[in-house]
Structure formats: C-alpha cells, structure tokens
Write a protein that binds this ligand. Structure first.
Ligand SMILES: [Zn+2]
Ligand SMILES: [Zn+2]
Length: 165
C-alpha cells in the first residue's frame, strides 16, 4: 500500500489526506512479541512552497507483561509524527528527511518504524507497581507476603514505617 506522491511533489500548495488502518502481525519490542490492535493512521502530506511534509497521528494499543509483576498490561498510544519528504538526499546530515524514491512512499513500513522507535523502554502496569516478592513470587499489588517481615531488621522496620504511605 504505497502512497503515490507524484501530484503532491509537482503541485505547490497541494495536500493529500492520509487515513489508514494498518495491521502488523510482527510487532515486537525488546525481543518480545506485542499483541497490538490495528494502528489507526490519520494525517496528511502537504507541499508548502516546495517543502513536502508528512504529518500524522498513530493511535493503537498493545498488551505486554508488566516488567515488574508480569501481569498483562495494556497501553494506549496516541503519537504525532512529522517527516520531511524529499526525492533525493540533498542534505545527508538531516536524519529526519525521508527519501521518497520514484514518488512512492511505503507508509506501512514507515509507520511501523516510527511506532517501534517510540516504544517506552519500561513497560509497567502502573507507575506504582510493587512487583513480585523475590522470595515467594507473591504479586505484591494483590497482597503482601510474610517473607519481608522475617528478613527485616527491627530498626529498618521503623524506617520502612516512616517511608510507607
Ligand atoms: Zn506491574
Ligand atoms: Zn514473599
């Protein structure tokens, strides 16, 4: 599903609406397969005075086990992207320029690269996730276990008390 951009490049002040829904079955992050919803892509390619830009918003959600407690956690993503499109590389220093060979843009691949680059490094079910007890494996979000109490020095317990909410 390449985008044909011939008209946009040759017609100043023209624009083309982009409204797609892409299904990726090979999305992965940190070597882990993601189960993701189709990615809604909305935006436009515009030529303003010879500068051709692609602006779009990608919207989807994905599920992956929480890094701390391993429970499946779903995240919704809504992210904006802007790329300058060019027919050839005139300024090789600019990484943001996408070279559109033969006036066609492989939007499907571009969107996949964009969203994978923006994937957060850490995936948590919530900012306050307490994770699993390293001793017994109890999910500490669901309840506490007895391991900690036995191991903690009474003087440390006082500090624990002070810092807990
Ligand atoms: Zn968690
Ligand atoms: Zn425990």
């Amino acid at each position: 599903m390449p985008l044909e951009l011939n008209d946009i490049f040759v017609t100043p002040d023209s624009s083309l609406a982009v409204d797609e829904c892409f299904v990726y079955d090979d999305l992965s992050a940190e070597g882990e397969q993601l189960s993701a919803t189709p990615v809604r892509v909305k935006g436009q390619v515009s030529n303003s005075g010879g500068l051709v830009e692609l602006r779009y918003t990608a919207e989807f959600s994905y599920s992956k086990p929480c890094d701390r407690c391993l429970v499946m956690a779903e995240k919704s993503v809504k992210q904006n992207f802007v790329h300058t499109l060019a027919l050839s590389a005139e300024n090789e220093d600019n990484d943001d320029i996408i070279i559109v060979a033969g006036y066609t843009l492989d939007l499907f691949s571009l969107v996949r690269d964009d969203i994978l680059l923006e994937m957060p490094f850490k995936h948590l079910c919530s900012e306050n996730c307490r994770g699993l007890c390293p001793t017994c494996g109890q999910n500490l979000n669901e309840g506490s276990c007895d391991c900690k109490k036995e191991a903690v020095d009474p003087r440390m317990a006082v500090l624990d008390e002070l810092f807990s909410d």
